[in-house]
Design a protein around this ligand. Structure first.
Ligand SMILES: Cc1cc2nc3c(=O)[nH]c(=O)nc-3n(C[C@H](O)[C@H](O)[C@H](O)COP(=O)(O)O)c2cc1C
Length: 205
């Protein structure tokens, strides 16, 4: 009995280690497509929250385009980003949550770095099942040092995602609901990194 409990504990330790050990992969994204024709005013006119997603997957270019719009670098000479940021702290991180795990968006490299191979969409969905159907959920965190400012910064990034999705023919909804405690653990986040908002992204059903 004692041995089987010990084996169970060892097995779960190995499992969590392998989840984070596989987290070293970094993949380059294709360049974002900035050539869409919808104007900002049309995008504002059409933006709405969508809560029904088909199983159609995003292409890498679509994902790259939404991420660039979210908080990608728009002034390479200074490293400034598409979203305004208090004191230019650029403290908002965007995690791409998919079936194949969680990936951190690296704006400078235009790349994704794997954080875990765990599919955490269930932890984000809670009772809103439609979230599990979205091929991608963008999870936004910011630094807790100044929670109010951090939340504001994340709000700008989330709004960029909403408007970009509309312009690109994609569906999204900003959501504050999620199991923050479980996600904090699953992503192995630092104590001062707070989960603020998430945007499921995909195609309307
Ligand atoms: C900060 C914030 C948190 C939200 N959280 C949720 C949520 O947890 N679940 C959800 O279905 N919608 C959520 N929404 C979306 C709102 O319900 C939605 O924006 C509102 O009903 C207005 O609809 P519209 O976006 O189509 O204009 C949230 C919106 C904001 C701005």
């Amino acid at each position: 009995m004692k041995n089987s409990i010990r084996n169970l504990v060892l097995a779960s330790l190995v499992l969590s280690f392998s989840e984070f050990a596989s987290a070293q992969t970094t993949v380059k994204l294709p360049a974002p497509d900035k050539s869409n024709k919808m104007t900002l005013m049309e995008s504002l006119e059409k933006r709405h929250s969508e809560r029904s997603f088909s199983d159609k997957q995003l292409t890498d270019v679509q994902l790259s385009s939404v991420l660039w719009a979210a908080c990608g670098i728009n002034r390479p000479e200074s490293g400034m980003i598409t979203a305004p940021s208090a004191m230019n702290r650029q403290d908002v991180k965007v995690y791409v949550c998919r079936k194949d795990g969680v990936w951190l968006y690296l704006p400078k490299e235009n790349a994704l770095k794997q954080i875990t191979s765990q599919d955490v969409r269930k932890l984000i969905a809670g009772s809103q099942d439609f979230v599990n159907a979205a091929p991608v959920v963008l999870l936004l965190t910011s630094n807790l040092e100044n929670k109010e400012i951090g939340s504001l910064d994340a709000g700008y990034v989330s709004q960029n995602i909403c408007l970009a999705c509309t312009a690109l023919g994609l569906a999204t909804v900003p959501r504050a609901s999620m199991d923050k405690e479980a996600l904090h653990k699953a992503l192995n986040l630092a104590k001062d990194e707070a989960l603020i908002v998430n945007n499921p992204v995909g195609f309307s059903k």
